[in-house]
Design a protein around this ligand. Structure first.
Ligand code: SF4
Length: 328
């Protein structure tokens, strides 16, 4: 019978210590690689524009996630408001940039988790949790005391601090990071004609810096994903439902702005050939993407298929087969 990771920590009384350690990080916040060093316990705010209060956009079953998360009952999503990455093309910008959501206490979120369990969801899926890790782990503890037994999914943007991920060891069952960029510098062929003179100085920045203001994205992401994989291993699916492991997402961007080859090679060479990789084709220019000529369109089918073919040629074999069949 499935037993979630956090139950063992809870039973051995180690969960409280983790919560303390995580809240301590908020005092000079370095929960993520931005290292803003603001005192969030006094409601000071850094890049993620979040203080001490947990802000939630929605709680409910979601049927649009990856098949092994959805099953028949859906994935129990809890969408957190704001974000530490703030990509200019964010597909959920109303939540991540515009702050749509309301304050909830950890106790109220715990109640929401128990509700999702009661209605038959297969997991608790925290969407964009990075900047609220201490408060969410407190919620997990409260929910665990009152009967939560579902696996926790950490559904993040991949710009993570190694220290924070290490403190989640034994709490998270399923890590679902994006790997957004392989940190490719702009090639001449990809460089767009700037719309405004001030963009000229932007033209030599890598996509991670230009679109997410995170020049060290790939380095931090690689460290974090390696640690996630060390903790939970490859994705384990039992009777069609994910129980534990790493599920990687990679969104294909137009003009190879995501540096897909470097991302896939990293997965093959430093994670595992059995990695479950969802190669996503749903990019659309949203929010401020139309200020950037090179980002202002959907990826072509040929661009997407090229990434799929590359994944196959590198011997990756989990997570993207079905879409390949539909497209080719
Ligand atoms: S979690 Fe927010 S305040 Fe803390 S370091 Fe990251 S962006 Fe800055």
């Amino acid at each position: 019978m499935f037993e979630p990771a956090y139950l063992k920590l809870y039973k051995s009384n180690k969960l409280n210590k983790r919560i303390e350690q995580l809240y301590a990080i908020l005092k000079n916040c370095h929960l993520c690689p931005r290292k803003c060093e603001v005192d969030r316990t006094k409601n000071e705010k850094g890049t993620c524009r979040s203080g001490i209060d947990l802000i939630v956009s929605s709680i409910g079953p979601h049927f649009g996630e990856e098949e092994p998360l959805v099953g028949n009952g859906g994935s129990g999503t809890i969408f957190l408001t704001n974000c530490n990455l703030r990509c200019i093309y964010c597909q959920n910008y109303e939540i991540s940039h515009l702050g749509r959501g309301g304050i909830m206490s950890p106790k109220e979120v715990a109640k929401g988790m128990l509700y999702l369990q009661k209605i038959g969801c297969h997991n608790i899926n925290f969407v964009t949790p990075t900047h609220f890790v201490p408060q969410l782990v407190e919620s997990i503890k409260i929910a665990c005391e009152t009967g939560l037994r579902l696996p926790i999914v950490f559904n993040c943007g991949g710009y993570e601090s190694l220290k924070t991920i290490k403190l989640l060891d034994g709490i998270i069952d399923i890590y679902m990071p994006d790997i957004k960029y392989g940190s490719v510098p702009f090639g001449l062929s990809l460089r767009a004609k700037p719309h405004h003179p001030e963009e000229l100085k932007d033209s030599d920045k890598s996509p991670a810096e230009k679109y997410s203001n995170a020049p060290d994205y790939f380095e931090r992401c690689k460290e974090g994903v390696k640690e996630m994989h060390r903790q939970v291993g490859d994705l384990k699916i039992v009777d069609g439902i994910a129980q534990r492991g790493l599920l990687i997402r990679h969104l294909v961007l137009p003009n190879d702005l995501a540096g897909s080859e470097k991302v896939l090679k990293f997965i093959v060479e430093e994670i595992s050939l059995d990695s479950y990789v969802n190669i996503m084709d749903q990019y659309r220019p949203m929010y401020k993407a139309n200020n950037y000529l090179e980002l202002n369109r959907r990826p072509l089918l040929s661009e997407y298929n090229q990434v799929i073919e590359l994944a196959k040629s590198l011997s990756l074999h989990r997570g993207f087969q079905k879409r390949l069949i539909l497209i080719t």
